[in-house]
Design a protein around this ligand. Structure first.
Ligand SMILES: [Zn+2]
Length: 70
């Protein structure tokens, strides 16, 4: 299984919003990183429910650490 295409937006309060590209339509779905778990399903407007693996969450968390360490 390949990982999802992930990106991370950090606001001025260091709150991280995860941007997940839908594997089916390419739409970018956003969700607060803080409240994401491997049980989370992100609904895309195309009808796909995007699930995050532990590996995806680890990558997102690593991106967050890098971003706030600047
Ligand atoms: Zn989609």
């Amino acid at each position: 299984m390949t990982g999802l295409n992930l990106d991370l937006n950090i606001d001025k309060h260091n709150n991280a919003t995860l941007v997940v590209e839908c594997p089916d339509c390419g739409h970018e779905v956003t969700h607060h990183l803080k409240t994401l778990t491997t049980d989370s399903m992100l609904p895309c407007p195309c009808g796909t429910q995007i699930g995050l693996s532990q590996q995806d969450l680890n990558r997102a968390s690593a991106m967050h650490q890098l971003s706030i360490a600047r």
